[in-house]
Design a protein around this ligand. Structure first.
Ligand SMILES: [Zn+2]
Length: 265
């Protein structure tokens, strides 16, 4: 009985892997431990990774296929006990600063997104998938220097500094500043944008309510929409209208509020 059901799971597992590869031309790795100097993880069991594959496939289906041909992404690794610099994380992206450098892509596993399957079905899991995809969007071409967006900082309150810009490593910005969704949004320009993007995908109606009371947030949403439209014309008004229907529902609603900064809840 057990063997038959495991065989069914394995069959489903491979059919999902094939589907994702065919549809998006992304290799999803579930059974191989790649070596990376700062990222570590364990191979996950087939039951867990198959459930996560369905979860991932539903989230990827939000985007028009054309987005994936522009993304800088070769593979997605699904794993357990994911850690970056020895700290547990729900996901991370390892993007090459030189997207078309074959050696970096092949030997150093750059252009890879790692996702911990423990977050399957959770709001953290949803946000993580889109957050990491944004890093792949932002790394998509040979523009140099990477991730520099001086105009983004101009949107922030005058006295605000990202954690990564502070001289003392134990310093932290006040959580009362307007224009930020989560604690991690205050880390750096790059993470602020990835956080905002993931929340625009996961819970746009809630975000728009927040933006009515927070002008900085409203301007950031507009700016990110412009950046995305430049990346692909398929990030158009129609795409965002569809996201209006994608609000977080049911039991996930309370979980979602917990992600936000206290001032926004
Ligand atoms: Zn990030």
């Amino acid at each position: 009985m057990r063997a038959a059901s495991k065989a069914d799971v394995i069959k489903k597992h491979f059919s999902l892997l094939c589907e994702l590869r065919k549809k998006y031309r992304i290799e999803v790795v579930t059974d191989e431990a790649l070596s990376d100097p700062v990222i570590s993880y364990k191979i996950s069991d087939v039951y867990g990774s198959t459930r996560y594959l369905e979860f991932l496939s539903n989230e990827l289906a939000i985007y028009p296929i054309s987005i994936f041909t522009r993304l800088q992404l070769d593979r997605i690794v699904l794993c357990s006990d994911l850690q970056k610099h020895d700290k547990p994380v729900s996901g991370c992206a390892s993007m090459s600063l030189f997207p078309d450098n074959l050696a970096l892509r092949m030997f150093f596993w750059k252009n890879t997104v790692y996702l911990d399957i423990k977050y399957d079905g959770t709001i953290d899991g949803l946000v993580t998938i889109h957050h990491e995809l944004f890093h792949a969007i932002e790394s998509h071409d040979d523009s140099w220097p990477k991730y520099v967006d001086v105009d983004w900082n101009k949107l922030n309150p005058a006295k605000f500094q990202y954690r990564s810009e502070m001289l003392a490593s134990d310093c932290s910005p006040s959580l009362d500043f307007e224009g930020f969704l989560t604690d991690y949004s205050m880390q750096s320009v790059r993470e602020d944008k990835a956080e905002l993007f993931s929340h625009m995908i996961v819970n746009l109606p809630r975000l728009e309510t927040l933006a009515k009371k927070d002008q900085i947030l409203a301007h950031k949403i507009l700016r990110l929409k412009k950046i995305l439209a430049k990346f692909s014309p398929d990030f158009d008004e129609q795409f965002w209208t569809t996201r209006q229907e994608g609000a977080v529902k049911g039991s996930l609603k309370a979980e979602y509020e917990d992600l936000l900064l206290p001032r926004l809840r």
